[in-house]
Design a protein around this ligand. Structure first.
Ligand SMILES: C[S@@+](CC[C@H](N)C(=O)[O-])C[C@H]1O[C@@H](n2cnc3c(N)ncnc32)[C@H](O)[C@@H]1O
Length: 279
């Protein structure tokens, strides 16, 4: 792929998904494109590009290509310090500042195959079901990749993936199906809903006002100058006292007038302080 062709694909991807492809990722882009081109009978990048822009047919192929060009690596309990921050530092204050009947609404952004959302469900369920009366929660989990979301919705994972789940959660979080397959328990599955939402358009999605936004290992794929804008958009979805948890080091120098930094050096998290109505 020559430089002009590479730049054309970089621009298309960046405009449509926000994901940026630096020069060192060119081989990854070429491999993904060639695989889809073989599967769809295209020999030249140019004819494949034209077909991608071609109405409804192009939109279907675009979804398939995005599945090939996005990185879906994830696992249960991926960043324990962030989970500890939620459970031990933020949640007690949130509970004390809200009415008993208020449901906690959480969002997992770029949830991939679902492990992150189900991890949050395990942590929240363990903490909230102990309250008297028990407090309710719901999690919306979003991603741009339809194939990743399809796996997430099955809630079935190979046995070794569950090795990452601490023993204390296993009895309530995991059920064994006939044939030995392991699945997230119904109790947790019914708390999590998955939706195909492009982070670039997250503020246009019908997301309710949120108490917790969890966004890790997603922003790193976006151009640095865009990350701040995306975070400003997510911050607008947060309710007062709501918490936004990012991956440590994923953004530097970003701040927001209505959010204050919270947690220690192992985490990157912000609490919404203002009681002003959201824009
Ligand atoms: C490396 S995975 C991270 C999964 C999970 N958040 C974690 O930390 O384990 C990145 C995910 O971001 C998703 N993604 C990439 N660009 C996106 C976009 N524009 N909107 C929504 N999701 C996106 C990818 O499809 C992928 O599933």
């Amino acid at each position: 792929m020559d430089e002009a062709e590479f730049q054309r694909w970089v621009r298309l991807l960046e405009t449509r998904t926000g994901v940026t492809v630096p020069p060192e990722r060119k081989p990854f882009l070429e491999t993904g494109l060639r695989r889809r081109m073989r599967e769809t009978g295209h020999e030249a990048y140019a004819s494949y590009y034209e077909d991608l822009l071609d109405g409804a047919k192009g939109a279907v192929e675009w979804a398939a290509l995005v599945d090939h060009l996005t990185v879906h690596e994830t696992h249960f309990f991926r960043h324990p310090p962030s989970l500890q921050l939620i459970r031990d530092e933020w949640l007690p204050g949130w509970l004390a500042s809200t009415e008993a009947e208020q449901t906690l609404h959480a969002l997992s952004v770029g949830c991939s195959t679902g492990e992150e959302a189900y991890t949050l469900a395990m942590v929240l369920d363990a903490a909230l079901s102990q309250m008297v009366p028990a407090r309710r929660f719901g999690i919306t989990a979003t991603d741009v990749s339809q194939s990743a979301l399809a796996v997430a919705r099955t809630a079935e994972y190979p046995q070794d993936r569950f090795d990452e789940v601490p023993q204390v959660y296993r009895d309530t979080a995991i059920e064994r199906l006939e044939g030995g397959t392991l699945r997230i328990s119904e109790r947790l599955r019914k708390r999590v809903g998955f939706a195909c939402v492009n982070l670039l358009h997250a503020t246009r999605a019908p997301l309710r006002q949120l108490d917790l936004i969890y966004c890790q290992n997603v922003l790193i794929y976006f151009a640095r100058e865009r990350r701040g804008e995306l975070l400003d958009g997510l911050a607008r979805l947060l309710r007062p006292n709501g918490l936004m948890v990012l991956g440590p080091g994923e953004v530097t120098g970003w701040s927001h007038p209505q959010l204050r930094r919270t947690g220690g050096r192992q985490t990157l998290a912000f609490v919404r302080t203002s009681k002003e109505t959201q824009a």
